[in-house]
Design a protein around this ligand. Structure first.
Ligand SMILES: [Zn+2]
Length: 470
């Protein structure tokens, strides 16, 4: 698959002087937005035809930055604002994210403007933002570092870079922060949504529509690497490069951690354990399913903690269903769960009857929900920032499908899995039926466990419920 042409976008940071240094206006993106839901953000949007006015892309980006700011907040500026914009540089996104090429600008408000836009949160576009506020650059950075209790304060790396500059030199410098031109735009190979939690999407042999597995780097300087999948050495490269940089600046890889044994999660284990001399942590059921384990492989089970330099304990949760040894990692007081393959944003989790279990999967989802996390980090796709709704939707979806299986079996009286596919998966393209068949069998076995069906090794039979007999 070739990469689509990146979408040209522009971002504007509004800056005013506060008693404790520069302040910026930060909105919080609605959690139902598809791009970076629940993240804190500056004003930003697509560069449109109307922005061009016979000029080049850079000039159009400047116009777009001011126009987006107006559309998202009603803040309008005089004609001189175009010339007052400070250019921070270009930044690009990649991996599983939609490719954006963004020009970042800052605008220091005059005292008069600062007064006029003091209550900017009142005129924010409710379609984009759920809230917004003026905040000292220092405070925003402190929130971004995990500070339990309380939900994580999510921001992207360019924002953090801009805030660090503002907090460091009172925002007077005119030096570039990112790429001077579009070709020199740094490539975002990873996300660090909050301090001490980084995602590095690596290309892996995973199931479509997913193409990448998120390797995680947890910890400030004592690092735990979660699920370093990757096809081959070149696909592992982005993670290795980041780790080498961090080790060079004194950080240490404390261990590797597997949520489960599937091939799109384990590809980099051998190279990383050798290269960084780090032990492997995984559930015994996972260790038992892997060949060529590193010498230092340690079993970890439900409730055990891994000690890192994060402000919250990191606890393993045995969450089987997708795989027998599946572990999630709970950063308890920080409200974060690294959820592995329990959920995915943008695709459905496979429950293979050979090693999975629908009953245990549903149990694991309910357990996650009861922990009331603020953020789920799935192994595939972006952060899930509405976890309770998301988990309930997944549970409902599975139960709905199971009801269809039960009804189809009731109509047939007795049937094989293949007989039932057309009735149960009529809404799914035929190309997906071989995979759907596996889920269907998992549902049938779940019905058997609940005495709602029987299986004699060849056909499944519908069992009337006690109510029906009466
Ligand atoms: Zn998996």
């Amino acid at each position: 698959m070739t990469h689509p042409e990146p979408t040209l976008t522009a971002s504007l940071t509004l800056i005013r002087s506060g008693p404790a240094g520069p302040e910026v206006f930060l909105g919080k993106r609605r959690r139902d937005r598809s791009f970076l839901p629940g993240f804190h953000a500056f004003f930003a949007g697509k560069v449109e035809g109307v922005d061009f006015q016979g000029t080049d892309r850079f000039d159009a980006s400047r116009r777009a930055a001011l126009r987006e700011c107006f559309e998202e907040s009603q803040a309008a500026f005089g004609d001189d604002a175009l010339d007052r914009l400070q250019f921070y540089g270009w930044w690009a996104t990649a991996g599983w994210m939609h490719p954006f090429l963004t020009a970042f600008f800052g605008l220091h408000l005059t005292a008069k403007e600062a007064k006029r836009f003091d209550s900017l949160q009142d005129t924010l576009d409710p379609e984009e933002f759920e809230s917004g506020r003026w905040i000292a650059a220092d405070d925003a950075l402190n929130h971004w570092e995990l500070s339990p209790p309380g939900p994580p304060f999510l921001m992207t790396r360019p924002l953090v870079t801009i805030l660090r500059r503002l907090a460091g030199d009172a925002g007077t410098s005119s030096d570039l922060l990112f790429g001077a031109d579009e070709e020199a735009a740094p490539f975002s190979e990873h996300l660090e949504p909050c301090g001490g939690v980084a995602l590095v999407p690596l290309k892996t042999p995973t199931l479509p529509p997913a193409t990448h597995t998120n390797a995680l780097i947890l910890g400030q300087e004592e690092l735990l690497i979660v699920d370093p999948g990757a096809w081959d050495a070149p696909s592992l490269r982005p993670l290795v490069d980041i780790l080498r940089d961090r080790v060079a600046s004194g950080h240490e890889v404390q261990g590797l951690f597997l949520t489960h044994h599937h091939r799109d999660h384990v590809g980099g284990i051998a190279e990383l354990s050798r290269g960084f001399n780090a032990p492997l942590f995984a559930h015994p059921e996972t260790l038992a399913r892997l060949d060529d384990l590193p010498q230092d492989s340690r079993a970890i089970t439900d409730g055990e903690s891994i000690s890192l330099d994060l402000p919250c304990p990191v606890e393993a949760l045995h969450t089987p269903g997708h795989a027998p040894g599946h572990l999630a990692l709970h950063l308890d007081s920080c409200g974060i769960i690294a959820a592995g393959d329990l959920v995915a944003s943008g695709s459905t989790i496979m429950i293979d009857p050979d090693e999975g279990s629908m009953a245990r999967y549903l149990q694991s989802l309910r357990r996650l929900k009861a922990l009331d996390p603020a953020v789920l980090i799935p192994a595939h796709g972006g952060l899930i920032t509405d976890p309770l709704d998301h988990l309930q939707a997944v549970i409902d979806h599975r139960l709905h499908r199971e009801a269809l299986v039960f009804d189809a079996l009731k109509n047939a009286g007795s049937a094989t899995a293949d007989d039932l596919i057309p009735a149960v998966y009529s809404d799914v393209p035929r190309a997906v039926w071989p995979l759907a068949r596996q889920s269907l069998i998992s549902h049938l076995l779940h019905l058997v466990e609940q005495d709602r069906a029987t299986y004699d090794g060849a056909v499944y039979r519908w069992v009337p419920s006690p109510n029906t007999l009466r």
